[in-house]
Write a protein that binds this ligand. Structure first.
Ligand code: WT7
Length: 655
């Protein structure tokens, strides 16, 4: 099927699944009152959600809004870590499991109660504050594997009012360097090594390489000893400290800093349409209100639930739905270090059985992988503890949705398809599972408190049944407050297009029931396995390779990953076109960005299609690679190039 045919099939999807009666009967929301409340008085609705948190001082004003800058709960004082820990250890949750951690090696397990987590976070807060002189507002970069210390460190950072910038463990030294320099981090926290998909990754060595020979302002690197066997790493006595040694000397109580609601809490870098990742800025009171509220209602969280979000904390999903949302709600979370296929392909189902997981949140790309592995793996395990399933990261194809519904949820569990972004901080479009009937492939309707629309290029709402661009019309508490160090880019990226509407970068269609069907990015961003990669970033990594002269990067549909990356490159005169060269370019891109940017295909060509003013026409390359009819070529400098390219591409594909 071509892309267009697939899209058509998706939009003809007619199945509807109402909330099961048994689920709705006890759901945190089982009628439309939240929608009505938000509709009637937007600010009062959000104030009510914020009241679920602990505030040292109540706000004077719910919202101040001057496009494109919003301030929420103005004048209020709170602390994210206090809300996740201190208030729970004062009551009956004190000895409840906060984190159930499972290592990749099957017998490895650690459980931290709320009190345990509270104690460790306090100690590390003291390490940061009093041993490393980290002050309120200072940035701390975290580059760690999925181990409990990662949660301890991030909570300790926000406890003292510092700002974390977490970098996913799959990023390269070069990517770490860019992010450390951009955020001007004072401290980096890492581990000797970690596991990723069954392989050992050299975290400390990557940090050393990132910090070598540049003027990064990093004074200290803290290293968690994580590997079972001694890992060969270098310790620079002037700069590096072992985590366990620092913790031995630490104090047991450090009060949570009273933060202004609008104080920065963290930066998270994400790809955009230029070569440089953007440091998305999130603040305190509004962010926590958004994640607290969505966790409670979208995941229908109850005190007895065991919640497992399979994302890595290096992405926003892990920030919001492993750490902050669940812990501020006093939940028990499962945290898994390793890969889904080790030691066997039933590992996830084994973990669900072992801990009685009741809510499971994962990505479509993972579901498609499980589909390919086959039903026999989930069938081996008892999944009867599950009561709710979720997905995030990209549109889910109805086939994968049905597989998930049948084989994991046993046709009992509602599925919440949650649309949101690093920039939105928390879930924006998703069903309330006790209220809204779901349709496979649709994220359904906006949550109460969000004003989302599909508009045409002039910003006018499209009619039901039509497609357009997804925008958010009113500010929301957990929205990004800017791009670190680049206020102009904030306006340019999200606001310039429509002036007073937040532009998401996604295309969407709205059906006759007002359900939203997300159609993917409309900008130069590719979504590979639910992770965002900018085409420009990959292009600059390609042309950075000495033999390459030009590169154009596009996304193509991929059965498992959703999208895969294809690069069309021209090489310099005198360079030989060979398989070795292709491999070297591929490795170079991985070394520059990280394994998440691995190219699916490199196509070497003598020329790229360009307009008369010299702009590469990626649209035509997309048509070629997707097997679509070639679009308008009238602006091309030399239309023959496209025909030749198409023929060569197709004959290579056929081989
Ligand atoms: C982009 C945001 C926020 C979680 C992980 C990704 C796509 C995300 C869905 C969904 C269709 C989705 C969008 C969005 N996306 N969730 N349920 N259905 N598309 O965060 O890296 O900031 O990427 O992911 O294209 O713009 P991110």
């Amino acid at each position: 099927m071509t892309t267009d045919e697939k899209m058509e099939a998706l939009l003809n999807e007619g199945r509807v699944f109402p909330p099961p009666d048994r689920f709705a009967a006890t759901a945190n929301a089982n009628n439309k009152s939240l929608y009505e409340m938000a509709e009637n008085d937007y600010e009062a609705f959000w104030a009510k959600q914020a009241e679920e948190l602990h505030w040292f001082r109540r706000w004077d004003k719910v919202l101040e809004w001057t496009v494109p800058f919003s301030k929420w709960f103005v004048g209020g004082k709170t602390n994210i870590c206090y809300n996740c820990l201190d208030r729970h250890v004062k009551g009956p949750l004190r000895n409840k499991a906060a984190i159930i951690w499972e290592g990749e090696a099957p017998e490895q397990q650690r459980v931290l109660t709320y009190w345990d987590l509270y104690r460790e976070v306090n100690k590390f807060a003291d390490v940061l504050k009093n041993q490393l002189n980290v002050e309120k507002g200072d940035r701390v970069t975290i580059y760690m594997p999925m181990i409990p210390e990662l949660v301890i460190v991030m909570l300790a950072v926000v406890r003292i009012g510092a700002v974390h910038s977490i970098i996913f463990g799959g990023f390269s030294p070069e990517s770490i360097k860019d992010r450390v320099l951009d955020s001007q981090s004072k401290v980096v926290v890492t581990a000797d090594g970690g596991y990723r998909n069954g392989q050992v990754i050299q975290l400390k060595r990557n940090v050393d390489e990132a910090l070598a020979g540049n003027d990064a302002p990093v004074t200290d690197v803290v290293v968690v000893r994580n590997m079972q066997y001694h890992m060969d790493i270098e310790i620079d006595d002037k700069r590096d400290t072992w985590y366990h040694r620092a913790m031995r000397k630490a104090n047991h109580f450090i009060p949570a800093e009273e933060m202004d609601s609008e104080d920065l809490s963290f930066l998270l870098y994400t790809s955009g349409t230029t070569g440089k990742p953007k440091g998305i800025m999130h603040t305190t009171g509004g962010y926590l209100t958004g994640v607290h509220y969505s966790t409670k209602y979208v995941f229908d969280l109850k005190p007895e639930d065991v919640f497992w979000c399979t994302a890595d904390i290096g992405w926003i999903t892990g920030h919001s739905y492993i750490t902050y949302g669940p812990l501020s709600n006093g939940a028990t979370v499962v945290m898994y270090e390793g890969s889904p296929g080790y030691p066997d392909k039933d590992r996830f189902w084994h973990i669900i059985e072992k801990y009685g997981v009741s809510i499971f949140y994962t990505a479509p790309t993972a579901i498609r992988t499980f589909m390919r592995w086959g039903e026999k793996y989930p069938q081996r395990r008892n999944l009867s503890s599950l009561r709710l399933l979720g997905t995030v990261g990209e549109p889910i194809n109805p086939e994968a949705w049905m597989w998930y519904y049948k084989n994991i949820g046993h046709e009992r569990c509602p599925i919440v398809d949650t649309w949101w972004q690093t920039e939105t901080g928390s879930i924006i479009v998703a069903p309330l599972p006790g209220v809204i009937p779901v349709k496979p492939g649709s994220a359904t309707i906006p949550l109460p408190g969000y004003d989302v629309a599909v508009v045409d290029k002039d910003g006018h709402p499209v009619k039901r049944g039509e497609g357009g661009l997804l925008v958010i019309r009113k500010p929301w508490p957990s929205m990004l407050r800017g791009i670190y160090g680049d206020p102009d880019r904030y306006y340019e990226t999200y606001w310039k297009k429509f002036g007073n509407l937040y532009f998401t970068g996604d295309g969407a269609k709205i059906d006759r029931d007002s359900y939203l069907w997300l159609l993917g990015r409309v900008d130069d961003v590719i979504n590979v396995s639910g992770h965002r990669i900018g085409t420009m970033e990959v292009e600059s990594a390609c042309v950075d390779f000495p033999a390459v002269s030009e590169a154009a990067v596009i996304g193509i549909p991929h059965e498992i990953k959703g999208q895969a990356i294809v690069a069309f490159v021209t090489i310099k005169d005198g360079e030989a076109h060979s398989l070795d060269l292709i491999q070297e370019i591929e490795e170079h891109v991985v070394a520059k960005i990280g394994s998440i940017a691995r190219l699916e295909k490199i196509f070497i060509t003598a020329e790229l299609p360009k307009t008369r003013s010299g702009k590469i026409m990626r649209r035509l390359l997309r048509d070629i690679a997707n097997g679509n009819v070639i679009g308008d070529t009238t602006t091309l400098a030399d239309p023959v190039i496209v025909e030749q390219l198409k023929q060569r591409y197709e004959s290579e594909e056929g081989n």
